[in-house]
Design a protein around this ligand. Structure first.
Ligand code: SF4
Length: 183
């Protein structure tokens, strides 16, 4: 049974199926406008369509303040081997795996702590149609955003918290993060 404490959470995440995990010091999180600008290019077709993505998830100062209101956090990663650089199937599989594991992990963390900021996958699809921008989010505590949506450079966050970001040629790694308020 997962205890999900600061002392056990890394092992708890590994036991759940994440390939790697590490603790996060919230003071290392430095959201940047340039990252948000990349979201605005809308390569993933989620910009301005959903409360979990920019600009609906808040301005950079708002995201910064929100992240700093948490006490501690954990980084989680899924890593898979690619057959070659064009192995888009495995890329998709890794992204889905991060999301599926993150949904379960988030539920467990919410059960224990109540207030958890989940940055384990962008483009919330909980509701058939998102209420954005006409009405408030139906499930603000359940939805997940992406780390980039909150203005974070994922490789910087990993570096600043002593977790590898890249696991070598022929591999793909996706990273998510959960911030937690002690009760
Ligand atoms: S929970 Fe529903 S309303 Fe909220 S962001 Fe997700 S899809 Fe939109």
């Amino acid at each position: 049974m997962a205890e999900l404490t600061r002392e056990t959470i890394v092992q708890d995440a590994l036991d759940m199926g994440f390939a790697h995990a590490g603790l996060v010091d919230v003071k290392t999180l430095k959201p940047r406008e340039e990252v948000r600008d990349m979201c605005a290019v809308d390569k993933c077709h989620a910009y301005n369509k959903n409360w979990s993505c920019p600009p609906g998830c808040g301005t950079i100062p708002e995201c910064d303040a929100e992240m700093q209101s948490y006490d501690w956090g954990v980084l989680v990663q899924v890593t898979m081997d690619l057959e070659d650089d064009m192995d888009f199937e495995t890329w998709g599989e890794a992204a889905k795996s991060l999301r599926d594991l993150s949904v379960r992990f988030h539920e467990m963390l919410v059960d224990k702590y109540g207030d958890v900021l989940a940055l384990g996958g962008a483009g919330c699809d909980i509701c058939k149609e998102c209420t954005y921008p006409d009405a408030p989010c139906r499930f603000p505590k359940k939805r997940m955003s992406g780390m980039e949506g909150y203005g974070l450079v994922v490789s910087d966050v990993c570096r600043d918290n002593d977790l590898q970001y890249y696991y070598g040629p022929g591999t793909i790694t996706y990273t998510g993060m959960f911030l937690i308020k002690d009760k």
